[in-house]
Design a protein around this ligand. Structure first.
Ligand code: 5GP
Length: 209
């Protein structure tokens, strides 16, 4: 039983492809038992290493648009020529249970979620140490073809330009240090007075004795 009941928060990690966000997301989910990862829907073709339902729910454009039209997506965006969206129900269920939810989404989705639920959002932008290093990481991943890599690099500049939307910036030149920074943000944000809905009751009980 926690000393103080807390409202769940929405922790958003964004970055251009190749800045290390997927690794940080994976590490955070493995490290934190009380955080749920939001699994997005996408019309992008599955990469060989990806698993349906774990990395994404892969679907046709028609199925995606049907979900969007039924208002089942909390946010949605077109990224690199494919559609992506966050299923609403899983997020609402987790937040209602007091769990934190982690999102690996782009700035367009971040802006949409912020517009609706700003005080529950903590948005972190991961920057690469240099554009050369970003290109190197994309090439090393080798899961995408040359055309895709070139398009992602071009888009990276536009994505980086959105840094001002975010609450926190992390330059990922060392994965361990970047992970530590994300955990520090999470730990501090969990102690924000506004999120501690149990605080008035706790202090009342404290002062009664
Ligand atoms: P990738 O295709 O490399 O997995 O992801 C491409 C980009 O789409 C990444 O920047 C990722 O954060 C973003 N993305 C993934 N899922 C969603 C989503 O549900 N909504 C939005 N807005 N962006 C997403």
């Amino acid at each position: 039983m926690p000393a103080m009941e807390r409202r769940g928060m929405m922790l958003i990690l964004s970055s251009p492809s190749g800045a290390g966000k997927s690794t940080l997301t994976r590490q955070l989910v493995a490290d934190q038992s009380d955080i749920s990862l939001s699994i997005s829907v996408t019309t992008r073709p599955k990469r060989p290493s990806e698993i349906e339902g774990k990395h994404y729910h892969f679907m046709s454009v028609a199925a995606f648009k049907a979900m969007r039209d039924r208002n089942e997506l909390l946010e949605s965006a077109e990224v690199h020529g494919n559609f992506y969206g966050t299923p609403r129900r899983a997020v609402e269920t987790a937040l209602a249970a007091g769990r934190d939810v982690l999102f690996d989404i782009d700035w367009q989705g971040t802006r949409q979620i912020m517009a609706r639920m700003r005080r529950d959002v903590v948005a972190v932008f991961i920057l690469p140490p240099s554009m050369a290093e970003l290109q190197h990481r994309l090439e090393r991943r080798a899961e995408d073809n040359a055309e895709t890599i070139a398009r992602r690099l071009g888009n990276a500049r536009d994505e980086i330009a959105q840094w001002g939307l975010y609450d926190y910036l992390i330059v990922n030149d060392d994965l361990e240090a970047a992970f530590y920074s994300v955990k520090a943000i999470l730990a501090a944000e969990r102690l924000k007075r506004d999120r501690l809905v149990g605080a008035p009751g706790f202090v009342d009980r404290l002062l009664k004795i």
